[in-house]
Ligand binder design. Structure first.
Ligand code: SAM
Length: 238
């Protein structure tokens, strides 16, 4: 990398398991699946390890969004960019005129920017530090007619795994209703990345009368890792 970047104190590139805090050591063996270029110096905060979308899943979602994007939509807004897992995959497709990536945690945003450089896609992405709901309303509203939204919200911590059916009404800090209502003021074309056990009836509540919304499960090693629900005119066939 041309210029030497300085990582904020809460950002790390761990090089051995001995350096990794015990509560995220489970993720260490997954590091090359999370980011295949981990060894090139990927940055993560300790919290970001849990939330980042693993690269094979992010790539598949990115392909689906490109192949099924509604006509005339050439801008992708990633509302919860995190450490960049999805944002990088969207930019790598080379199909979006621009990827807009929003993240409210400054240290995590720095990880995403740094990681995008490692993948050589930083010039395809416009970054915003702040609250996605505000930024959509105040800074991106002129782009709304050309945009689709992708959002991988926080799921309220690792506890989601123990739920037989994940309750999207009580999802913290943003319920499905909050996400859908805010985003649909901006665009009807919204893809949400949610826990694999998400309550299908709750997702269906927001499908307009007479329309359909497809749910796609993304699998690794024969297990669903998570699902995406595609509201709006996505046309998933692949
Ligand atoms: C599940 S993570 C996203 C992971 C990301 N897709 C990736 O692959 O790295 C959710 C992120 O949303 C951020 N976040 C939470 N509320 C936000 C808001 N209102 N606006 C923007 N970002 C927010 C959190 O800081 C966190 O980094």
């Amino acid at each position: 990398m041309a210029e030497e970047e300085v990582a904020p104190p809460e950002v790390h590139h761990y090089e051995s398991i001995e350096e990794v805090p015990w509560d995220i050591q489970n993720y260490w063996s997954q590091r090359h699946r999370i980011f295949s270029r981990y060894d090139d110096g990927v940055w993560l905060t300790d919290d970001a390890w849990f939330g980042v979308t693993p690269e094979p899943v992010a790539n598949k979602i990115a392909t689906h969004l490109v192949e099924n994007a509604p006509a005339g939509r050439c801008i992708l807004v990633d509302c919860f960019a995190g450490a960049g897992g999805n944002t990088i995959a969207f930019a790598k497709t080379g199909k979006w005129k621009r990827v807009y990536a929003i993240e409210k945690n400054p240290a995590v945003l720095q990880c995403a920017k740094h990681n995008a450089k490692i993948y050589g896609v930083e010039d395809k992405i416009t970054w915003f530090e702040g609250d996605c709901f505000e930024i959509l309303k105040n800074q991106l509203k002129d782009l709304a007619p050309y945009s689709v939204i992708f959002a991988s919200p926080p799921w309220g911590g690792p506890g989601y795994r123990s739920d037989q059916v994940f309750n999207l009404r009580t999802m913290e800090p943003y319920s499905l209703e909050k996400l859908y209502k805010e985003y649909s003021l901006f665009t009807p074309h919204v893809a949400l990345y949610l826990p694999r056990t998400s309550d299908v009836r709750q997702m269906a509540k927001f499908v307009p009368e007479g329309r359909k919304a497809e749910v796609m499960h993304y699998c690794m090693d024969g297990h669903s890792k998570a699902l995406c629900i595609f509201y709006g005119d996505f046309n998933n066939h692949s």
